[in-house]
Write a protein that binds this ligand. Sequence first.
Ligand code: NDP
Length: 262
Amino acid sequence: MKESLEREPQWGQSQGELAGKVALVTGAGRGIGRAIALTLAGQGALVLVNYNGSRERALETVEEIEREGGQAEAVCCDVSDFAACGRMAEEAVRKYGHVDILVNNAGITRDNLIVRMGEEDYDRVLDTNLKGAFNTIRHLSRYFLKQRCGKIINITSVSGVAGNAGQANYSASKAGLIGLTKSVARELAGRGICVNAVAPGFIDTEMTEGLSDRAREGALASIPMGRMGKAEDVAGLVAFLAGKRADYITGQVVCVDGGMAM
Ligand code: NDP
């Protein structure tokens, strides 16, 4: 398996730091995941664009990558489904021979104050944001172990670092993701596998679009740089962590937040 990773780039004419690598990005049809998929593909990786509900958006992401000369495939899977994640991992390795980069980006919010938060909203957020990452890591880590290399990047949040009123479920899932990141980093470090977390602050995507003016103003006031971030700001760091220059970085949580959580 390692040999195949060290071969010359296999995917089309792709050049770049990630040429020859296969990356699975969850929730990559839109938002931050889409920017990550485009950036990794831009650096030469063949990208598996995972989606759950947004098939058209995932196909658009694939088309955009292909237009730019990259390679990608849309892959449907609900990350909260353990068995389905197993099938997705198995199929990716069967088809491409290896997966080298896993980005756990899929995430949802179901915000409410703790006194009003329903059990279903708590469970759904934990199942997607935290168990979803466990599911993909659980199934792909055995291939990473055999390869003796691999990069896992989990998209957490400043809400997981500092907490956020109205987001007990979301913050718990994202704080849990940090614990998952550090534990798996310790387990896999000896085999050359790097596991890191990226914690975005307030990023302009559909997730933040629906916020009330009051919530938006409150969030902006807490950002020293005074503006929202772009999905590309997050994608740039993910691409760095996925590449060779980050081979000695593991178990870290890096905020991309305009100074929000410092
Ligand atoms: P969006 O709401 O724009 O996108 C969410 C993505 O997650 C979609 O691609 C969606 O895919 C996918 N997704 C949701 N549920 C599932 C599932 N069960 N299985 C597979 N995919 C799923 O959010 P963002 O792009 O803003 O957020 C991306 C990540 O960044 C999330 O983890 C989020 O928590 C995190 N983050 C975002 C911040 C922000 O300010 N925007 C701040 C901090 C962290 P589909 O539509 O196909 O279901």
